[in-house]
Design a protein around this ligand. Structure first.
Ligand SMILES: [Zn+2]
Length: 233
């Protein structure tokens, strides 16, 4: 029985190591993915803003070209004024010129507000890009550290698995399912019994049961947390 307990203790030690390795091998790749996704989202947001900046610039160019074409038409109309014969025609052309001037003032106002928007967008974009490059640098470092950890975990995994199969070959197959069930359910399968108490769940162990643990004639489970109890002596 003592051998059983010793082997199970060894098994638990290596199982705890393997579990830590497995958890790390799941955790770090996820964390790396999260960092990469975060960067991609920030890239996308920069790209979107670049698109809206270029739309604003197109809008500004179109407005400016309308202003120029209106200015041309005003100039031509003003020249035509000299060659007009009737008062009615003259007035009509004068009105056209006034209307076009008015329209141009409105377009100029719109151009000014678009240009302000361009300036604002450029400032935000510059800030975003700067934050992005700082973040990208930090993330690259974090990713490299995590990749190194993954590598280390992978290196440790094989010897741990080998060690486990070596221990398993020394364990009575009849007691293994009990151990595995408790380990899976409770995170640990063994608990130290000390001063007539289970050190895992802290309940008092009935004296008769405690004696059985001390005698080491059979595996004894804690009546409360069901872990296999052992004594240190
Ligand atoms: Zn217990």
């Amino acid at each position: 029985m003592e051998e059983h307990i010793e082997s199970l203790q060894k098994l638990q030690t290596v199982d705890l190591i393997i579990r830590e390795l497995t958890e790390g091998l799941e955790k770090y790749p996820n964390e790396i993915d999260n960092l990469k996704n975060d960067l991609r989202e920030k890239e996308k947001s920069i790209e979107l803003q670049e698109v809206s900046l270029s739309e604003l610039k197109t809008q500004r160019d179109n407005l400016e070209s309308s202003i120029r074409s209106n200015q041309d038409s005003i100039k031509k109309s003003e020249e035509r004024l000299f060659s007009i014969k009737t008062h009615k025609e003259y007035e009509a052309l004068q009105k056209e010129i006034t209307d076009t001037r008015k329209e141009n003032r409105e377009i100029e106002d719109r151009t000014i507000s678009v240009m302000a928007e361009i300036e604002e967008t450029e400032a935000t974009l510059a800030e975003k890009k700067e934050n992005y490059s700082t973040l990208a640098e930090q993330y690259a470092q974090q990713i490299a550290e995590k990749e190194k950890k993954i590598e280390e975990l992978e290196i440790s995994r094989e010897p741990a698995e080998k060690e486990k199969s070596k221990i398993l070959s020394n364990i009575d197959p009849k007691i293994l399912p009990l151990y595995e069930r408790i380990f899976k359910r409770n995170g640990r399968a063994l608990a130290l019994a000390k001063n007539e108490k289970c050190t895992s769940c802290n309940i008092n162990i009935p004296p008769q049961l405690y004696n059985e643990i001390l005698k080491r004639v059979k595996l004894v489970q804690c009546p409360n947390c069901k872990k296999i109890l052992y004594t240190s002596s």
